[in-house]
Design a protein around this ligand. Structure first.
Ligand SMILES: [Zn+2]
Length: 335
């Protein structure tokens, strides 16, 4: 009895110590905010380089084509704090500054070649520039090809799309998206990510090659045209009309309204040119300017816009590179 009490006291003391250790600047492993029952988050792969003046860590689901990669740069000296930069394949990796160092994300584009890859980390101190070339291997992702051609209802009818009021709306939607995705706001991503649904069932996978049927109306008759190639720039997840949609990361709502192809459409700006977007909703629960957290219900599943049935389409873009949105889930971001 007495022993038990002592053991408990010691245990409590240890717990108190580890709580203190979880102060800002110390790694905390936050599991995803929300994952569907039975869904196993894939294990993350970590790579680490210790150099004289800096430690660099990369984390990714697989370092595969279409994966997001998380970068952590921890300088060993304060002196180089203000001059750290990073790039991957000549594309800048936008970094957010923390008291302990820097962190950022980049996307391995579906079209980036598999095989040798590398990031470059640049440290500048006064007139001295130090360049670290940190190699890793990009794995191949086999993106599937859908054999059947899809009938997307009125969106298949080229005569309908050519109507002046329809084509004007398509143009207006394209202009809005162009403006939003060109924005560069400060980092808003915290430590946690979330699965976007309360059920995990992928009905159309990331970067699947698809064909859309096309026809036109000539002299009142339907004339078939060659199908149009389409690349699936996100994933489709099963969901009944009205099922919840969760924000995959913290951010600010950049757009929440109806678009031509996307239907009820929400774009979340996560800062540093990272955006997630959610299509075909039956209801939008947020408005432009709202701050959201990973796991917040931002809308409900539906079948608005170009859709063959109720589902959620979710996409993730990292500095112009489309990645599989579910590839964020294994990442534990430091704050
Ligand atoms: Zn889709």
């Amino acid at each position: 009895m007495r022993h038990n009490h002592i053991a408990r006291t010691v245990l409590l003391a240890i717990l108190t110590v580890s709580n203190t250790a979880a102060a800002p600047g110390v790694r905390t492993a936050s599991p995803p905010a929300k994952v569907p029952p039975g869904y196993q988050v894939p294990a993350a792969k970590d790579l680490k380089w210790d150099r004289d003046r800096v430690t660099v860590k990369l984390t990714s689901r697989g370092f595969s084509q279409g994966d997001i990669v998380y970068v952590e740069i921890t300088p060993r000296e304060r002196a180089i704090d203000d001059a750290v930069s990073c790039e991957y394949r000549s594309r800048p990796v936008l970094l957010a500054k923390y008291p302990w160092g820097y962190r950022g994300f980049f996307g391995i584009a579906p079209a980036d070649p598999p095989g040798p890859g590398a990031i470059t980390v640049l440290l500048a101190t006064g007139s001295r520039l130090e360049k670290h070339h940190l190699p890793f291997t990009v794995s191949t992702t086999r993106f599937p090809v859908l054999r059947k051609t899809l009938n997307v209802g009125k969106y298949t009818n080229q005569s309908y799309l050519a109507k002046p009021e329809v084509s004007a709306f398509i143009k207006k939607c394209a202009d809005i998206k162009k403006e939003i995705f060109a924005r560069a706001t400060p980092n808003a991503i915290g430590a946690r990510f979330s699965h976007p649904r309360d059920e995990h069932y992928v009905t159309s996978s990331f970067w699947m090659k698809r064909l859309y049927q096309r026809f036109t109306i000539k002299k009142g008759r339907r004339v078939a045209l060659a199908p149009q190639n389409n690349t699936h720039r996100g994933i489709d997840l099963r969901g009944k009309e009205g099922a919840p949609i969760f924000a995959i990361a913290d951010g600010v709502v950049a757009y929440a309204d109806t678009m031509f192809y996307e239907g009820n459409f929400t774009v979340i700006d996560h800062g540093n040119r990272i955006f997630s977007y959610y299509m075909h909703q039956s209801k939008i629960n947020v408005k432009t300017g709202d701050a959201v957290k990973a796991g917040d219900v931002i809308g409900l599943v539906g079948s608005t816009g170009i859709s063959t049935g109720a589902h959620l389409h979710v996409s993730l873009v990292v500095n112009g590179v489309q990645v599989d949105p579910l590839s964020v889930l294994p990442i534990r971001a430091r704050e």
